[in-house]
Design a protein around this ligand. Structure first.
Ligand SMILES: Cc1cc2nc3c(=O)[nH]c(=O)nc-3n(C[C@H](O)[C@H](O)[C@H](O)COP(=O)(O)O)c2cc1C
Length: 206
């Protein structure tokens, strides 16, 4: 593709060209027949923003607050796993981008940078995403760690009682890289440091 990407579709095409197939499939794929993924895209297409006409637009302010934290627009970065699959700086780079745009950074528990690395990288307002693990002691430790590192809220993911059957990941034999927040804990959990995705998730989730 020639030139700078100008929209999300063009960024996606760049990613397809740049990333190993296994990682590209992970980022872009959904579960089973990907019906929900398609429906998500269609839902966004159905949203129409109606402009107000003949009003003063010399000063536009989209800022608001989310859980009491200021944001420049009602948009935040939703927690997504393993950014280092796409870029060597991983979630630290994403957090800096959030800080530059003055929006909130949602950090996945499955990040490839630690909560400490993200916290010290910039002054982005940050929320930390977690599941309630079978190991409640590990859940509590992670919450305390996020709190200690200035994360302003916990995003509790509640829609994963079972893992979606992601067929591309099965075919590609997708391997999770080392999840930095769990460094040192993997042995304690009886897990290898890099293991197949579903096995890893199932071992932790409740
Ligand atoms: C590649 C990818 C990884 C994700 N990883 C996580 C995760 O680690 N934890 C989580 O709670 N949600 C995760 N999500 C879900 C997103 O946070 C978000 O809820 C979902 O993508 C729907 O928002 P969207 O329609 O803006 O994509 C992930 C989504 C994608 C596409």
């Amino acid at each position: 593709m020639a030139g700078e990407p100008v929209n999300v579709n063009e960024f996606q095409e760049f990613a397809r060209q740049a990333l190993p197939k296994m990682y590209y499939d992970y980022y872009t794929g959904g579960a089973e027949d990907q019906h929900t993924l398609k429906e998500n895209v269609e839902s966004f297409r159905r949203i129409i923003i109606r402009p107000r006409i003949l009003v003063d637009v010399s000063k536009i302010d989209m800022s608001t607050t989310i859980l009491g934290h200021k944001t420049s627009a009602p948009i935040m970065i939703s927690p997504t796993a393993m950014h280092k699959l796409a870029h060597h700086e991983g979630e630290v780079a994403t957090a800096r981008g959030a800080a530059a745009c003055d929006v909130i950074m949602g950090l996945s528990y499955m990040s490839t940078c630690t909560v400490e690395e993200v916290a010290s990288s910039c002054n982005a307002v940050r929320f930390f995403q977690i599941y309630v693990y079978k190991r409640r002691d590990i859940t509590a430790l992670m919450v305390h760690r996020a709190e200690k590192n200035g994360f302003g809220a916990i995003i509790l993911t509640a829609d994963t009682p079972r893992l979606g059957r992601r067929e591309a990941d099965i075919k590609n034999k997708m391997i999770a890289p080392q999840l930095k927040n769990f460094e040192g804990w993997m042995l304690m959990l009886g897990l290898a440091s890099t293991i197949a995705m579903p096995e890893y998730m199932l071992s932790l989730l409740k």
